[in-house]
Design a protein around this ligand. Sequence first.
Ligand code: HEM
Length: 533
Amino acid sequence: MGILIQFIDYAEDKNLYGYSLLCTTIALLFLGLFLLWVKEWSIHSPTKLPIVGIESQGYFALLRARRKFVSDGFRIVRDAYYKYRGKSFVITTNSYYKVVLTHNQVKELSNAPDDTVSFVHASAETMMAEYTGLSQFSVDKYIPDVLRAKLTQNLGSMKEALLDETRFALSSEIPGSATDDEWVPVEIFTAVHRIIARINGRIFIGLPLCRNEDWLTMSITFTGVVFRAIEKLAGVPKLIRPLYSYTRNLVKDINWHKRKARSLLDPIIHKRLEEESLAEENGAVYRKHNDVLQWFTDHVMPEHRTVEALTEMQLHLSMASVHTTTLYFLNAILDLAEHQECIQPIREEMEAVISANGGALDRTALRKMRKTDSFFREAMRGKFALFTFNRKVMKNLTLSDGTYFPKGTLLAAPSAMLSTDPEFVEDPETFDGFRWYKRSLEVKDSGAEKNNWGTTASYDLTFGHGKHACPGRYYATEEMKLMLTFILLQYDIKYPEGQSRPVNFDRGEYSYPNRAQKLLFRKLPGKKKFPFL
Ligand code: HEM
């Protein structure tokens, strides 16, 4: 202290007082930043639970653990899941600590109020919303509210649009064979991605924009652009993220997509709004469009009836739906091409239920395709995502088993582990396409729907569970069944000679099928089996 006073006296003498004050301020600032840095990059847990994935103490060990999670996250979580069986633990992912919940804890939290555990705040944090600008409309809950209130209920009235677009999408993306005997190679990832983006576009924004190539490309690429920005941000400490994001202009591509999407939607939204107000002025009835854009327009507060807000919601919707459904369908079709023995029983069931339904492919027929249902559900066990049911604790919380979570803790359920745990699934290592179908035959009427694809449980979390369970899941499952029906009633599929189901590639929290894989398609001989094809 004496030295400091002497230094200040000296500085005053030498008229250096202002200069030394500046130096001290800068030094304190750096000290503060350093302490914040140490806090973020030190090994600590939000709770007293064991931390997994870190091999030793110290800053560099934590850095290594975060990198390791990206390459080996599935294995690390699997080892810990069985080591601490029935108990929760903490994992350091590439950027956060997350508490990994048990299925009983998922059950307890599944309908907890949003001011206790929040889905939206967890998404905003993990999607780095403050940099990527992705929180604005999810916080308003417009998207899930509209989907819950309108989408599933309107699937019946959208039947013709769904059939029309599926037919158009398949004929556009799957090349026809010249002769019935010819096998044609199809880049299956690209084809499925585009088919799903096309069908979603028809339901989300309608004709003609859904067939616009720019819109199609954007609804496919937006997710990748956002996730690339998130991955880059996750690799740098929180402290320098604002500077990093600004200097690297990470949101440049996101903003470009938003501008482009706005320019495409602008004339459509304006036309619709003008026609509606003209009809109102003339006392005429405005015939509303039957698509998600119309439902959003009707639902939002007046200040959000703008091109900017409605476009942003459409981009969010693409992000929630296009990649997820593509990865799901891709896993299933790769499994189906491998399990040739399942193709004919599924095809026969499709033909039988459609014939019994008077030749119509509608929701009633789709619901009765229980072998298809079972196959899809089996295809996703242990794949897709390491975690779902992501939540953020909004106030200090103690669960009934005594586990304590301080405010701010991020929670997640190990969905890939639960769906491959022998406690919940008999003989989990075996792929059995008709597992859930056989189970549904064993249980009597009321229990049968538990085996339905799309029904969630605390140990079956592909679509999450509880009050935030995916509101698009009934649409997604019907869309995928529809696609598969169109494929199997018109084509045979198989792997190119000498190839078989490629193993998925795990990266961080996600599991990806091989995107370069080709499948061979061959037109079935004879005339079309049903008029809707
Ligand atoms: C196979 C495809 C899909 C999968 C695997 C999937 C999976 C999920 C999961 C795991 C969640 C979180 C649930 C939770 O934490 O409890 C979720 C939420 C959500 N999904 Fe999906 N989803 C799919 C398709 C779709 C589609 C097609 C749409 C839109 C039409 C959609 C819209 C949403 C929305 C808006 C949420 C947020 C729900 C909320 O805020 O409460 N998803 N989805």
